[in-house]
Design a protein around this ligand. Structure first.
Ligand SMILES: Cc1ncc(COP(=O)(O)O)c(C=O)c1O
Length: 422
């Protein structure tokens, strides 16, 4: 086909194959994923064919306020009509307004913000900040963690499949088992710059640590002078039933990383929010870490409105309420289909469904897709399907999801052995 010629819908996958990523195109075709997204509203994505899907994958967690939230769209349009990117010489009002709002909303004395464009970039920045602030190099991370795929973020992530082809990675990084205070206590010392931990591991398979875990990390960091980086890229902004997941434990990290939902489902943006005691390196070297697009007025205006929407619409409370109900209903399904569903866990609207084999998970996702429900497995653990829908999802839509799950589990119950051989 000639460049620029009109194509029908079926061609999009071919374009993936020809111009983007042939391997990915094959995988998508194998899973029966040929529909092309066109528009969205609330928790629903509409394809070019006009078919509607209830989205429980939420763009890997970015759609906390739903697709195309009218207030956030309006704010984006207003800012876009004035100034999208910063001159980077004159002062940038949307950026400082967002930073002030984050300082007010984050727990404890978290106060200063650095802005970038993604979760991985936020993690990169926090790792660098910890090293320069402490003058130390060792970073402790956890097995199963996911912090992004740039070099630094990958180096602290915990899945060999993604790490191995790129070795040697950033040096002086140690991994300890997630949730294991003893292992952390043995690894941390006066040479440790930082401990980086997700309050709930997302891509690791929705792993909720023991209640004492985060407070003990805080204590161990305080005792050794190491800084704690809480990666809330996935857990942040209401997902777990509190605005920030660290609030469940009542502890304050030295750096808190955000991205995903901060962009309100409209713009890419990442942020590191830090305590004054972890920010003094900027006093003498204000340009030590920068980003051309980071903190641009358009993304910041959108993020500022997003924070308002999340707070004013009570989305964290909604996640807590709907999550409790959904978790219990899924627990009932697990009791009825224990061969297909081996565990159900999570907090708020961040829920993981564990299956006995990746083949079973793949079949569940494909069957759900046929019933117009979007759900995906976690990147570091293919035996866990996660539900991270927009927090504006309605109870009726969740009933629809539950009905589809019931039907799918019932269908697959008799095929489990075969699926585990695939
Ligand atoms: C906890 C966590 N940190 C960092 C990232 C990386 O974010 P991004 O894909 O925006 O680079 C992710 C992405 O899934 C994540 O879940």
């Amino acid at each position: 086909m000639e460049k620029g010629a009109t194509r029908d819908e079926g061609d999009v996958l071919t374009q993936y194959e020809q111009f983007v990523n042939p391997g990915l195109a094959r995988a998508l075709r194998f899973m029966g994923l040929t529909a092309v997204e066109h528009k969205g509203h609330g928790a629903v994505v509409v394809t070019e064919d006009g078919e509607e899907y209830v989205d429980c994958a939420g763009g890997y967690g970015v759609f906390i306020p739903g697709y195309q939230h009218p207030r956030i769209v309006a704010r984006a349009q207003a800012q876009l009509a004035k100034l999208a990117l910063s001159s980077r010489v004159l002062l940038n009002r949307p950026m400082v307004e967002l930073a002030e709002s984050l300082a007010r909303l984050t727990p404890g004395d978290l106060q200063y913000s650095f802005f970038c464009n993604s979760g991985a970039e936020a993690v990169e920045a926090a790792l660098k900040f910890a090293r320069i602030q402490t003058g130390r190099s060792r970073i402790i991370a956890t097995t199963g963690a996911f912090h992004g795929k740039t070099f630094g973020a990958l180096s602290v992530s915990g899945r060999d499949t993604y790490r191995q082809p790129f070795t040697p990675l950033v040096p002086d990084i140690v991994h300890v088992p997630y949730g294991d205070v003893q292992a952390l206590a043995e690894a941390i010392d006066e040479e440790t710059a930082a401990v980086i931990v997700e309050p709930i591991q997302g891509e690791g398979g929705i792993i909720v640590p023991p209640d004492s875990y985060l407070p003990r990390i805080r204590e161990l960091c305080d005792r050794t002078g190491a800084l704690w980086i809480a990666d809330e890229v996935q857990t942040g902004l209401g997902r777990t039933g509190r605005l920030f997941a660290v609030e469940h434990a009542g502890v304050v990290p030295d750096y808190l990383c955000l991205a995903k939902a901060l962009g309100g489902g409209l713009m890419p943006i990442g942020a590191v929010i830090g305590r004054p005691s972890a920010w003094t390196f900027f006093d003498t070297q204000p340009l030590i870490h920068t980003s051309t697009f980071g903190g641009n007025p358009l993304a910041c205006a959108v993020a500022h409105e997003t924070l308002r929407v999340i707070v004013e619409e009570g989305l964290p409370q909604r996640a807590a309420m709907l999550g409790e109900w959904l978790l219990s209903a899924l627990g009932d399904l697990q009791t009825r289909y224990p061969r297909v569903l081996t565990a159900v866990r999570g907090r708020g609207l961040m829920i993981g469904l564990e299956v006995p084999h990746p083949g079973v998970g793949g079949a569940i996702m494909a069957e759900l897709l046929q019933r117009h429900i979007l759900a995906v497995y976690t990147l570091n653990n293919e035996r866990v399907i996660r539900l991270i829908p927009p927090l504006v999802i309605t109870r009726e839509q969740l009933q629809q999801v539950l009905g589809a799950f019931d039907d799918v589990l019932n269908t697959l119950d008799s095929q489990v052995e075969d699926l585990m051989e695939e």
